[in-house]
Design a protein. Sequence first.
Length: 80
Amino acid sequence: MDSDAIYLPDDEARVPHEDLSALLAEGTSASVAELCANGPSATLLFGCMLLAAAALIAAIRLAWHIYAADIAEFCRQADG
């Protein structure tokens, strides 16, 4: 049967062990700051989010403008 399950070997032994418990055990703001030091700032992420939202709004308005006649025709047909 071609629909039988295929079992793959477990390769967890090849994954290197990382001791993350030291970072979690500290529980200090220093450990959080060390983890977040390499990431982008919240202001940059917020700005990118606003730009993406503006681009989506502009795309929706453009599509609405292009297809306004088709949308109006569809609504007329739907009403009766």
